[in-house]
Design a protein around this ligand. Structure first.
Ligand SMILES: NC(=O)c1ccc[n+]([C@@H]2O[C@H](COP(=O)([O-])OP(=O)(O)OC[C@H]3O[C@@H](n4cnc5c(N)ncnc54)[C@H](O)[C@@H]3O)[C@@H](O)[C@H]2O)c1
Ligand SMILES: CC(C)[C@H](C(=O)O)[C@@H](O)C(=O)O
Ligand SMILES: [Mg+2]
Length: 367
């Protein structure tokens, strides 16, 4: 049997609370289904800084590089607001993405039928929504140089971040988006700001060329990213796959999260390129939400984004498609039964905590 080595980085705040539910699920799968996962745990974020003065240690970084898949909770929190920029909690996540070359971040936004009425948008706007944001994750303004604050010597300072994209980066992320579109509704919308950014001009050009050369069977639209944000809220069902850069993808996926009812619902997969020999790809799975310091420690966090991220792990890293489908169906069924964490609660439903929600999903999955 192929190895199934997981490396778990729960992180800070609600990260460990959500990860605890996935740990129970992994144990249950091993126990009841003989799934054969091994899981080792490490530190990332503020807890890693407290332990070793770095947002991730070299030893844990090496384990992440060797794992078949990394499961990541969330990092950050007010406790570490004043630590040096280079070792702030978020730096651990950015290092994982960069060193593992996880250039493709898949962020599906699905509105489960049971939650259509609880969205802040009108029911018919979100009902049946199933879109996929493909966010470029290792380039753009997140990593471009220079990135610094310069003292101008006249009482003024200058903060500089640099947006950089090379042809190959745009080509490979658009390839991922077109390939995925072929398995869905065959429609890609590329979002950039070519009206003000040179990188946007290049992005638009390379996506079009990639489309013409290899994917002309897929419908392609281009949209300015600001208008894209507006259209996501106006009529999101016009989209199938959205492909965009690192920063726009960050913002547009938080917007998309609210179409599903709560940011506590949105999973993600960050994937590298398949290895030429083994065809295996490095991968990290994480909820889109952060460490939610305002609710950490209260036992009320929604674990669904974390559990659905594990479903993506089953699908993309281990080819366990039937199990992934079953886990996603278990989430839908528990919502149909009326169970709700606080963030998705509406009148007449049963409010539950993190643990009860996790237990109910695991029971449905195994049942
Ligand atoms: N991947 C990550 O680790 C990640 C992602 C985003 C933000 N962050 C970090 O997290 C910290 C807090 O950031 P923020 O407040 O802007 O974003 P956040 O996503 O942590 O929280 C935003 C709001 O959503 C709520 N929320 C988030 N996840 C939830 C869940 N699972 N269940 C119920 N409610 C949930 C929070 O309570 C909060 O009100 C910052 O340090 C930020 O850098 C980390
Ligand atoms: C925590 C932070 C570095 C991260 C990002 O900006 O990419 C987060 O917001 C996300 O969406 O994964
Ligand atoms: Mg974000």
């Amino acid at each position: 049997m192929a190895s199934k080595n997981l490396f778990l980085l729960a992180g800070d705040g609600i990260g460990p609370e959500a990860m605890a539910e996935v740990k129970k699920l992994i144990a249950a799968m091993n126990d009841k289904l003989g799934s054969g996962f091994t899981a080792e745990e490490g530190l990332v974020g503020g807890c890693a800084y407290d332990a070793h003065g770095a947002a991730i240690s070299d030893a844990d970084m090496a384990k992440a590089m060797m794992a078949d898949a990394v499961l990541f909770g969330a990092v950050g929190g007010p406790k570490w607001d004043k630590v040096p920029y280079e070792v702030r909690p978020e730096a651990g996540l950015l290092r994982l993405r960069k060193d593992m070359e996880l250039f493709a971040n898949l962020r599906p936004a699905i509105c489960y039928p049971a939650l259509a009425a609880s969205s802040s948008l009108k029911q018919d706007v979100v009902e049946g929504l199933d879109i996929l944001i493909v966010r470029e994750l290792t380039g753009g303004v997140y990593f471009g140089e220079p990135k610094q604050i310069i003292d101008l010597g006249n009482g003024q300072k200058r903060g500089i971040d640099t947006q950089v994209y090379d042809t190959f980066e745009i080509e490979r992320i658009s390839g991922v988006a077109f390939e995925l579109a072929r398995t869905r509704k065959n429609h890609v919308t590329s979002m950039e700001k070519r009206n003000v950014m040179k990188s946007g001009v290049l992005w638009n050009e390379v996506v079009s060329q990639t489309h013409q050369a290899r994917y002309s069977d897929v419908k392609l639209d281009h949209m300015l990213a600001d208008a894209g944000g507006m259209q996501l809220v106006r009529w999101p069902k016009q989209f199938d796959v959205i492909v965009t850069d690192n920063l726009f993808g960050d913002m547009l996926s938080d917007i998309a999260a609210m179409l599903t009812g709560s940011i506590g619902m949105l999973p993600s997969a960050s994937l590298g390129a398949p290895d030429v020999k083994t065809k295996k790809r490095k991968a990290l799975y994480e909820p889109v939400h952060g460490s939610a310091p305002d609710i950490a420690g209260k036992g009320i966090a929604n674990p669904i984004a974390m559990i659905a991220s594990f479903a993506m792990c089953l699908r993309y890293s281990f080819g366990m498609v039937a199990e992934a489908d079953k886990l996603e169906a278990a989430i839908a069924a528990v919502l149909d039964d009326g169970l709700r964490t606080k963030d998705i609660f509406s009148a007449g439903m049963k409010e539950v905590g993190t643990t009860e929600m996790g237990d109910a999903i695991i029971a449905k999955f195994l049942g």
